[in-house]
Write a protein that binds this ligand. Structure first.
Ligand SMILES: *Cc1c(COP(=O)(O)O)cnc(C)c1O
Length: 480
């Protein structure tokens, strides 16, 4: 097998048949005739299909097996979403079309924003940001302009030590200075330390709810009050909203700005650089800072509004990743209010069930109960010379995607596991059994774990070299 379809097939086969010409031939300007071959692969239909199926089967994806990648919410992406988003009524649109011609698309944007407001309790959403990190940046820009208008020179953003690296990165990109708030023994924000850190230089308290350890900040009410009385805003990283849907509305507990990840919580495919969407929601007194254009409704017509006096401007061309909106909206409509709540309930039940089973063979720094995910630790296997990375590699041999590892940084040998609500009990049991088997192998045959994976198309890699030189990890000889 050779590398690409270009190299694999070039022997003049064809997958298409053009009928004999039964019209009179007319002269063809020789200038326009191609003088060199196209270089396109010449292949039969069956060979194309087999080539791509083979590639797909070498790859790992959510349609192939469980994908317990913590903090990534790798849930099943319903096919109906793709069907709807792929219909020509949506794919045939162009953002420069006249408002009158795209009333349906505008209505969808308007309705999706309204649904997100209902789910979160925020006053308004902008769908323009195209990733979670982009939403964070947009939120920080709103905070920056809010204090600029108020002529307050606040420079610090307080970020818990369990936060995603994107949080402090967004803070710095926006010209603020991040300051780390250490978590307490229980994995939650230490409110005594928070109290000491809060002052008239604090612009924002940026927290993740539930936090990245999968824990709900039970003092969130107090934290919000403390931040507000210091004159700061509260930003919520809502990438983990899967755990809160229909149960907690951030707007109701005093969050000022938040983002969602449609590509996590609302079932749109992600990973591999696919399109994302990180909508930003704000409370009423911050709506005038949102990016433009806004979609507005007058009577029963939809239109754009770009003259928001205090807007931070545009953060993306056009309106954001429209086809992601279509999928997320289809998902929300299909579930309805009660289905939305069931998502969170089942995500929480699945995570707690799995946490209990896994904790028989792996350490838990924070015993829970957890929300949608939990962080286990492989530190108990260190005595056999086995590390978390070996456990992760060995899982691949059993046909399971590895969890997130070595994150959050505050858990030694971390294994961050998020089963999501779309996995059945049988699948969770299988995963727990495999994890138990691997813990046994660590004791009995640590060398096997050091070599793992031993059954995948690509074996154990020098990861640094592979990241720098993709050719490095190609499993086949050229032209083989
Ligand atoms: C995934 C995630 C992000 C980043 O989202 P991207 O879409 O990858 O930019 C930020 N914060 C948390 C808590 C996340 O889980």
């Amino acid at each position: 097998m050779s590398r690409t379809i270009f190299e694999r097939f070039s022997d003049g086969k064809s997958g298409s048949f053009i009928p004999e010409n039964d019209c009179p031939e007319v002269g063809f300007d020789i200038l326009f005739q191609r003088k060199t071959p196209t270089g396109l692969p010449a292949v039969g239909e069956q060979e194309v299909i087999r080539h791509y199926v083979e590639l797909a089967s070498m790859n790992y994806h959510i349609d192939k097996g469980m994908y317990p990648l913590g903090s990534c919410t790798m849930k099943y992406n319903p096919v109906v979403n793709e069907e709807i988003a792929g219909s020509v009524q949506f794919t045939g649109l162009h953002p420069l079309q006249d408002e009158e011609d795209v009333q349906g698309a505008l209505e969808l944007i308007y309705n999706l924003e309204a649904a997100l407001c209902e789910i979160t309790g925020m006053a308004e959403f902008s769908l323009q940001p195209v990733a979670g990190a982009h939403g964070e940046l947009t939120g920080m820009m709103i905070a920056r302009d809010y204090f600029r208008v108020r002529k307050e020179n606040r420079k610090t953003v307080l970020v818990p030590d369990s936060a995603h690296g994107t949080n402090p990165a967004s803070v710095v990109t926006c010209g603020f200075t991040p300051r780390t708030v250490p978590s307490g023994e229980d994995g939650l924000i230490d409110i005594e330390i928070l109290g000491k850190e809060l002052d008239d230089d604090t612009a924002v308290v940026m927290l993740t709810l539930p936090n990245t350890l999968g824990l709900f900040e039970k003092d969130i009410g107090k934290i919000v009050k403390m931040a507000h009385s210091a004159g700061a805003l509260v930003y919520m990283d809502g990438a983990n909203m899967n755990a809160l849907l229909g149960i907690v509305r951030p707007g109701d507990i005093g969050i000022d700005i938040m983002h969602l990840n449609l590509h996590k919580t609302f079932s749109t495919p992600h990973g591999g650089g696919g399109p994302g969407s990180g909508p930003v929601g704000v409370v009423k007194h911050l709506t005038e800072f949102l990016p433009v254009p806004r979609v507005v409704k007058e009577g029963d017509r939809f239109g754009f509004c770009s003259d928001l006096e205090k807007t931070i401007g545009k953060v993306h061309p056009w309106y954001g990743n429209f086809n992601v909106f279509v999928k997320a909206y289809a998902y929300i409509c299909a579930l309805g209010a009660s289905g939305i709540r069931e998502v969170a309930e089942n995500a929480i039940i699945n995570a707690n069930y799995l946490m209990k089973k896994i904790s028989r063979h792996y350490d838990l720094k924070y015993p829970g109960p957890c929300m949608h995910e939990f962080v286990a630790s492989g530190r108990n296997l260190k005595k056999y010379g086995v590390r978390t990375t070996d456990v992760a590699k060995r899982l691949l041999d059993y046909g399971i995607h590895a969890p997130t590892i070595y994150f959050p940084l505050i858990v030694e040998e971390a294994l961050m596991i998020e089963p999501v609500e779309t996995e059945k009990k049988e699948t969770l049991d299988h995963f727990a059994d495999v994890m138990e088997k691997i813990a046994g192998e660590a004791k009995d045959d640590p060398d096997l774990l050091h070599r793992a994976p031993v059954t995948t198309p690509v074996r154990r890699l020098d990861e640094t070299a592979a990241a720098r030189d993709p050719e490095f990890c190609w499993p086949f000889e050229k032209g083989e």
